[in-house]
Design a protein around this ligand. Sequence first.
Ligand code: AMP
Ligand code: ZN
Length: 131
Amino acid sequence: MPDESDATDVADTTLTADPNCLFCRIVAGSVPSTQVYHDDDVIAFCDRNPQAPTHVLIIPRLHVAGINAPEAADGPLLAAMVRAANAVARAEGIAESGFRLVWNVGHDAGQSVFHLHLHLLGGRPLGWPPG
Ligand code: AMP
Ligand code: ZN
């Protein structure tokens, strides 16, 4: 499992875990997941309803509701997520064939979990426009 834990430091003590949040519980380990990456700031695990041969979710360890939350404007946090996505893409063997990174925001995009997550999709040609 790639670990680039010394790559960045985005710890922000104003953010805490939400005990009612599914992804906070995955971070805590009280809900199981198939983890494929972790570092000090983020973890990545397989989506339980994969939409492509590779479908991984990259999430911050600390609770942020979504990409439209004020905390998501934190540059180092977003950089850590993108760095992790690239590391997972390399580890999954899709860095060369290509992949898609998706942030769903709100109702029309179908956001269903309100803990910031970046979808990494790849392993097949991905249609455009998306559905
Ligand atoms: P979104 O629709 O953008 O909010 O994405 C939420 C994603 O979380 C969906 O693709 C779900 O399949 C996925 N998901 C929900 N619960 C779990 C879980 N326990 N483990 C892994 N993935 C999950
Ligand atoms: Zn959370």
